[in-house]
Design a protein around this ligand. Structure first.
Ligand code: ASP
Length: 288
């Protein structure tokens, strides 16, 4: 078994992995590593699709989605939460301090504040300026660009798996829109003793396909992580054809075998790996 090990989506996963690795290596708890790693990304104002500095919705408000799962498959999530810089911490608090899995909107914000988290302005000057540009382009009916989730999966040296993901979702989304990231089974799934998967891309695709859950079920039936992802991408492509948006997954099996794969080559999806013998960005395989 390769452990500890942590993988996470996109180049911004590299510094997030470094923060997670500081917790994980040599004997830290996988769940603590996930929280620390994802918080690093949420706190970085230059990442415009996660946490502080995320691009707002169509009304100009920054709303965030996140979820977390521990080694026993316990989970917590927040959706469409505003004014809270670290939704991954709020998700963990939902998991550890409520009988629920998912809190949304003002209720999620209120809960986070009641747990001692601070109310903060999440709209940076840069994101506000981008929003104004988008408003002007909207008149010209240009399609909005900009999304990407930090999804992170970790296995600690005691063999405990954990996972999390966090995003500001699609830039300039309709107010109230929730993506895949806070939906267990869509953007994140973990089965103790089997493995885990998490996603990035157009969340509607992952929700329609229960993508992360389908990957973990494939692992449970004995598939290799790369085949488990490929099977789900093929299903999405069969159903959606060229209409399918960006879809990418990473998966980590309970024995430390990992994979990352994207539906489209043009997505140029990469993921960060940290393990005892390798710390690198890896170009993901692609289906089409
Ligand atoms: N999956 C995220 C969402 O749809 C965005 C992304 O990862 O690109 O909210």
């Amino acid at each position: 078994m390769t452990a500890p090990i942590v993988i996470s989506t996109w180049p911004f996963g590299k510094p997030a992995n470094d923060a997670a690795w500081n917790v994980l290596n040599p004997t830290g708890f996988a769940l603590d590593a996930i929280e620390a790693g994802i918080m690093q990304c949420e706190n970085d104002p230059t990442v415009t699709s996660v946490g502080f500095g995320g691009l707002p919705d169509a009304s100009g408000e920054v709303t965030l989605d996140a979820s977390i799962v521990d080694h026993e498959g316990r989970c917590g999530a927040v959706a469409c939460i505003s004014k809270i810089k670290n939704p991954i911490r709020a998700a963990r608090l939902v998991m550890e301090h409520t009988p629920h899995v998912l809190l949304v909107g003002p209720g999620a914000t209120q809960f986070a504040l009641s747990q001692g988290m601070r109310e903060e302005n999440l709209l940076t000057e840069h994101a506000a300026a981008e929003y104004q540009k988008w408003k002007q382009q909207q008149a010209a009916k240009k399609k909005p660009q900009g999304h990407d989730t930090i999804g992170m999966l970790a296995l600690d040296s005691a063999g405990r798996l954990a996972g999390g993901c966090s995003t500001s979702g699609l830039a300039y989304k309709l107010p109230g829109r929730v993506g895949d990231s806070p939906l267990i089974g869509a953007g994140l799934c973990l089965e103790p003793g089997i493995g885990a998967a998490t996603a990035t891309g157009v969340g509607e695709e992952m929700i329609r396909s229960c993508g992360s859950h389908s990957i973990v079920e494939n692992l449970r039936r004995g598939m290799e992580p790369i085949d488990a992802i490929r099977d789900v991408l093929e299903r999405i492509h069969r159903r959606r054809g060229s209409e399918a948006g960006d879809v990418s997954f990473i998966s980590l099996r309970a024995d430390g075998v990992y994979a990352g794969m994207s539906l489209w080559t043009k997505t140029n999806f990469q993921f960060a790996l940290s393990s005892p013998d390798r710390s690198d960005m890896i170009k993901a395989a692609t289906l089409m």
